[in-house]
Design a protein around this ligand. Structure first.
Ligand code: UT7
Length: 319
């Protein structure tokens, strides 16, 4: 059996960090409110001259170094992002060029906070069908650019960053099972409605979110998604060494873990330091878990995430 195995991981966080107290200087909020409701303490913010592709390239270079590979060995680049450098071309092609390579397949995946799940499962399909042997899967975002800094219900939640994984074809697992789902009827709960038309930005170019609506749907859906992936893989929650969840809210993460009967000591939690970095949050947490020595080779990981659309997904893999 052919599997897609993680050969290396890497990540990048911009140097500037905003604390909850910093935000309390900008909007009517407090460290106490943000910490209790979300678990967030800090969020990295990209410098003015840093684009999503810049963050992605550093994470990719670190993942390649971790895998002991050169960029020219890659035959597919997938970038998951909702904050691309430009309307087009795909940020993946910009990343490809900045990595100094050309010729391989490169495209973006847009599933907002579920983007990395969508990218990972797509990469798995490419490897399993022998359309690619070595794949760079990146989640990268500059969400600070689409935040209305006068809206306290959203601007305190998000951060910027990038995480990357190099996947390679292997006889050993690998990605064991992944499942992606979406339901477009929830459009109005979470969106950036703007579009470019006739030389104008039409509509609001900032995040609009019904926080409690998203919260309720996320809790219910992520629990089911995680359960489904385990059941379909013939695996039980006891076999999971680590949950590596999308980092939007500590309470949502805790609720999914509790539903599975898995303690928080088996959850990689980075939301306190990163905030919600959308498509970057899962690969950032994965890299953090590996770099800190908690995630080691041979362990079973459950990755899960949900975002605007809604779009959601979960992946069971052996590191
Ligand atoms: O990646 C997927 C994207 N998003 C998410 O996963 C977000 C999911 N939702 C959430 O995490 C939570 O719903 C939030 C953290 C966004 C909000 O927490 P909540 O417990 O659902 O609070 P709420 O929206 O029901 O607001 C409670 C109160 C309101 O005041 P009133 O109406 O009770 O007087 C808000 O106006 O808290 C107020 N509030 C704030 N107060 C201080 C809202 N934002 C803030 C704030 N600081 N930043």
């Amino acid at each position: 059996m052919q599997y897609a195995k993680i050969l290396g991981t890497g990540s990048y966080l911009p140097a500037k960090r905003l604390s909850n107290d910093d935000l309390a200087q900008i909007v009517d909020t407090s460290d106490e409110w943000i910490t209790t409701r979300t678990g967030i303490k800090f969020r990295p913010i990209a410098a003015e001259n840093e684009k999503t592709s810049d963050l992605a390239v550093v994470a990719a270079q670190r993942a390649l170094a971790d895998a002991g590979m050169n960029a020219d060995e890659i035959d597919l680049i997938i970038v998951a992002t909702a904050t691309p450098d430009m309307q087009f071309p795909a940020t993946a092609t910009i990343v490809q060029h900045k990595l100094g390579i050309a010729g391989c397949t490169a495209f973006d995946v847009q599933a907002v906070c579920a983007g990395f799940m969508y990218a990972l499962v797509t990469a798995n399909a490419y490897i399993k069908s022998n359309m690619a042997r070595k794949v760079l899967v990146i989640g990268a975002e500059t969400f600070s650019r689409i935040l209305d800094w006068s809206d306290r219900t959203t601007c305190v939640l998000f951060g910027d960053g990038a995480g990357a994984v190099v996947l390679g074809a292997s006889d050993e697992p690998g990605i064991i099972h992944g499942k992606l789902q979406a339901d477009g009827s929830y459009l109005d709960l979470l969106k950036v409605p703007a579009q470019i038309a006739g030389g104008q930005i039409c509509g609001n170019p900032y995040i609009e979110m019904d926080g409690p609506g998203v919260f309720k749907f996320a809790v219910k859906t992520l629990a089911k998604a995680a359960e489904d992936v385990l059941a379909e893989a013939g695996c039980t929650a006891e076999q999971i060494d680590w949950i590596v969840p999308h980092q939007a809210n500590k309470r949502i993460i805790g609720s999914t873990a509790k539903h599975l009967g898995i303690g928080m000591d088996k959850v990689i939690l980075t939301v306190q330091d990163h905030g919600n970095t959308s498509a970057a949050s899962i690969p950032l947490a994965l890299d953090e878990g590996i770099r800190s020595g908690r995630i080691v080779r041979g362990q079973n990981l459950l990755l899960e995430g949900i975002g605007g659309g809604f779009a959601w997904g979960a992946v069971l893999l052996r590191y």
